[in-house]
Design a protein around this ligand. Structure first.
Ligand code: NAD
Length: 488
């Protein structure tokens, strides 16, 4: 597939020499090349989006959401094709890819409620004959910078809300997985948005910097690692932009002795090893409390070693490859680091060989046991199918351990005690809390973001927070004296 930019309703080949390889993670083969667009390419997209803005914001909101209804339907009709591309370039299983897209459709559906969600406020007679109203107006040209792990879903945490609210848009997909959005933009083209309303720039750092520095672009959303999130947050803010940047994670789960161990193990294994652990809400630290240790350790080791790993399109495969061989090496090195810090490795997924896919970036599910609080492996985001086990004696110690982490994307508790659950919900320091839930991903009608180093910004993604982010409020105070109105 040739990877092109989409600017002002046209497919454009950027005039650049540098490309990034797009690799099928299961085979290691190069399947496409991402052009690394320049700041001039970003400028062309920004100018097109700016030129389209006036006409789009004046399009009635009811008409704007008709485009989104059409987009949602056409994406659903082509859901299998989209999911195949996700598996091909991202490595996750076909089922996981289809589930990813359900989240994208849901966000489009919620954004179609913009005629209601975007309404303003009005108070008559704040003083005799004086009315005050608040109206929401679009911000202008907005942009999203996306990571590799959900190539189809993540742009939809933002795009549909921004468009429905009257903004025009630029998406920069991850250079590692450009094919999914390339295909989705073919569907966007069929929807027939006015030229310049939705644009796409492919590239890496230079394209990101072009977005962050561009005076026309008024708001930026970012999802990716915390290091880049911090950079994006600071740089966009220094250029006067509204910005939200979602970062990395190290999600803990606490397992109390009264939890249903069979169910807990199944759910924790799905969370830790689903999408090969490359999910910002994946559980990566399991903290057993008191007597839960032995049974959970035994069951989770069984679950890890019996998980079927392979090519994501093959039937029965439960876990695919990591994004590329660099990531595979990094994860294997981190397992070695854990072992060197004293952790046991009762299930070791290093050196995985999948017949027929010998060039693939596979690491099988791995368990590190007796991981010590404060060790590097307990703190570092692994972003692979590795679950670290820790043990404490009380729920107090467990909550303290959870809250001592640098990140705050998700924290979960497994228990049958309402009191423990209520306490955990109250005290845990994370933006997404699961109680007997492994991946606490909010539905599209709730806001989504982490806390601490998992998020830099204020308003979150999805739902009414996205409405806040993509609109600016204007307050109007009007005086209409009684004597004047009586004339009519
Ligand atoms: P990444 O930070 O490497 O890349 C994200 C985006 O930033 C890409 O579009 C990339 O082109 C760009 N980029 C990379 N380096 C840059 C630089 N130095 N300057 C400017 N731009 C740069 O992240 P990734 O590896 O694609 O994704 C994995 C990370 O994303 C993990 O840390 C994961 O936890 C996180 N993530 C977080 C969430 C969330 O909601 N909090 C969701 C998904 C993924």
């Amino acid at each position: 597939m040739e990877i092109l930019n989409y600017i002002n309703g046209e497919w454009v080949k950027p005039n650049v020499a540098e490309h990034a390889d797009v690799i099928n993670p299961a085979t290691g083969q190069v399947i496409a090349k991402t052009p690394l667009s320049s700041k001039a390419d970003v400028d062309a997209a920004a100018q097109a989006a700016r030129a389209a803005f006036d006409g789009w914001r004046r399009t009635p909101v009811n008409d704007r959401v008709q485009y989104l209804f059409k987009l949602r339907n056409i994406m659903r009709e082509h859901g299998d094709e989209i999911a195949k591309l996700i598996t091909e370039e991202c490595g996750k299983t076909f089922e996981e890819a289809k589930a990813e897209m359900v989240r994208a459709y849901e966000n489009v559906e919620v954004a179609c409620g913009m005629p209601h969600m975007g309404k303003g406020e009005f108070v008559e007679d704040i003083a005799p004959g004086i009315d005050e109203l608040m109206i929401r107006q679009p911000v202008g040209v907005c942009a999203t910078i996306a990571p590799f792990n959900f190539p189809g879903m993540i742009p939809f945490w933002y795009l549909p809300y921004a468009l429905a609210a009257g903004n025009t848009y630029i998406i920069k997909p991850s250079e590692k997985v450009p094919m999914t959005m390339q295909y989705i933009f073919k569907l966007i083209e069929q929807v027939g948005f006015p030229k310049g309303v939705v644009n796409m720039i492919n590239g890496a750092k230079e394209a990101v910097d072009g977005i962050l520095e561009h005076p026309i672009i008024r708001a930026v959303t970012f999802v990716g690692s915390s290091k880049v999130a911090k950079y994006v947050y600071a740089t966009a803010a220094a250029h006067g932009k509204r910005v939200q940047a979602q970062g990395g994670a190290k999600n803990p789960v606490i397992i109390l002795p009264d939890a249903d161990m069979e169910m807990t193990t199944r759910i924790v294994a799905d969370s830790a090893f689903g999408c090969a652990g490359q999910r910002c809400l994946a559980v990566s630290l399991a903290v057993t409390v008191g007597e839960s240790k032995n049974e959970f350790t035994e069951l989770i080791c069984d679950a890890a070693s019996s998980r079927v790993v392979g090519y994501g399109m093959d039937a029965g495969v439960q876990m695919g490859a990591l994004i590329n061989s660099a990531s595979q090496q990094r994860v294997e090195q981190l397992i070695a680091l854990g072992a060197s810090e004293g952790a046991g490795v009762p299930v070791d997924g290093r050196g995985a060989r999948i017949q027929g896919f010998e060039g693939g970036a596979f690491v099988k599910p791995t368990i590190l046991s007796e991981v010590q609080p404060g060790s590097e492996i307990a703190k570092t985001e692994i972003f692979g199918p590795v679950l670290s086990l820790m043990h404490v004696n009380t729920i107090d110690d467990a909550i303290q351990l959870v809250n001592s982490g640098q990140y705050g994307n998700q924290a979960s508790l497994f228990t049958s005690s309402g009191n423990a659950a209520r306490r955990f919900r109250y005290e845990a320091e994370a933006g997404n809390i699961g109680v007997n839930i492994g991946v606490a991903a909010p539905m599209a009608f709730f806001p989504f973001s982490g806390w601490k180093d998992s998020f830099f910004g204020d308003m979150h993604g999805q739902s009414t927070d996205a409405v806040e982010f993509f609109t600016q409020k204007k307050v109007v105070i009007e005086r209409w004296p009684k004597e004047w109105t009586r004339k009519f």
